[in-house]
Design a protein around this ligand. Structure first.
Ligand SMILES: NC(=O)c1ccc[n+]([C@@H]2O[C@H](COP(=O)([O-])OP(=O)(O)OC[C@H]3O[C@@H](n4cnc5c(N)ncnc54)[C@H](O)[C@@H]3O)[C@@H](O)[C@H]2O)c1
Length: 277
């Protein structure tokens, strides 16, 4: 499957010399996106707050002969997002594509069991990095009179036990629509790729790590396992293709939207979910 998706086999170079930032590129879907955009000719800015993952992705790209730099930033703050943009511009002089990929639920449990602090941490993980990323890149793209933003949503907007995460991802759908309307006049396209349940075999940083080195508390194992199993069964039942996705499959959708093949597509959503949507 992965070989079939390898764009080098088809000679695709749709992003030749485009400067592409991928956030949360140290592992999982972000890492696959960084590789795919690089294989399609992009120059890649690998952004993450964890150096170990960012270094690994940078090495992947260098091994593929792709021009790339890494930026370590906490993207849950506007200043983190602004610093990342400044580093990208310093390295390559412009930003053609921003993929806001940072996110992912921390807890899975019924909403009444979330504390106020946990709810805020979910928004900090899955909504704010996209909001700040867009806010920080828009002035640069307006000046360029071109640019492409792709935000990573989720099928969780209709899934069990992740209400604050779902609220974040619902927010991301709204951001995509509204910013497409506001910034199309500057030649800026904004779209969303919404993955369904996906296997992440290369995860170095667990979802429960709320800050570098700091793990969140979870429910008692038995109770936590029960909610996780119910949530997974619900996802399995929704995926018409009868399997979970691969990071490379989401990367293929992102590469399409980032390329000129999607030049007339904005404010739209690709549900890359095996039929879950
Ligand atoms: N895996 C799935 O099943 C699935 C399904 C639907 C949607 N998604 C979405 O896809 C995206 C990627 O998911 P994944 O499973 O690959 O995630 P992941 O948790 O495996 O990786 C996320 C990466 O983001 C980095 N990160 C987290 N917070 C950060 C911050 N504040 N600043 C900078 N970097 C930060 C982490 O260090 C990590 O490298 C997320 O937006 C997630 O919500 C995933």
């Amino acid at each position: 499957m992965i070989e079939k998706l390898d764009p080098r086999a088809a000679g695709a170079r749709r992003l030749k010399d485009k400067v592409c930032i991928v956030t949360g590129a140290g592992q999982g879907i972000g890492r696959a996106i960084a590789r795919r955009l690089g294989q399609e000719g992009g120059k890649i800015v690998v952004a993450d707050r964890i150096d170990e993952g960012a270094r690994r992705t940078l090495k992947d790209l260098q091994d593929l002969g792709v021009g790339a730099v890494k930026v370590i930033a906490d993207l849950s703050t506007l200043s983190g997002a602004q610093d990342m943009m400044a580093e990208a511009v310093k390295a390559y002089g412009r930003i053609d594509v921003l993929v806001n990929n940072v996110g992912g639920t921390i807890w899975m449990k019924p909403f009444h069991l979330y504390t106020e602090e946990e709810t805020q941490q979910e928004l900090e993980r899955s909504l704010l990095p996209t909001l700040w990323g867009c806010n920080a890149v828009l002035p640069i793209m307006i000046k360029q009179e071109s640019g492409c933003i792709i935000n990573i949503g989720s099928q969780s907007v209709r899934g069990l036990y992740r209400a604050p995460y779902a609220a974040s991802k619902g927010g991301i759908l709204a951001i995509g629509k509204v910013l497409a309307m506001e910034y199309g006049r500057y030649g800026i396209r904004v779209n969303t790729v919404s993955p369904g349940g996906t296997d992440i075999p290369d995860r170095l940083t667990p979802r429960l790590q709320i800050r570098p080195g700091e793990m969140a508390e979870d429910l008692e194992k038995e109770e936590g396992d029960r909610y996780r199993e119910e949530m997974s069964a619900d996802i399995r039942a929704q995926q018409s293709l009868g399997r979970r996705g691969l990071p490379e499959e989401h990367a293929a959708a992102v590469a399409f939207l980032a390329s000129d093949d999607a030049s007339f597509i904005t404010g739209d959503v690709i549900n890359c979910s095996g039929g879950q949507s």
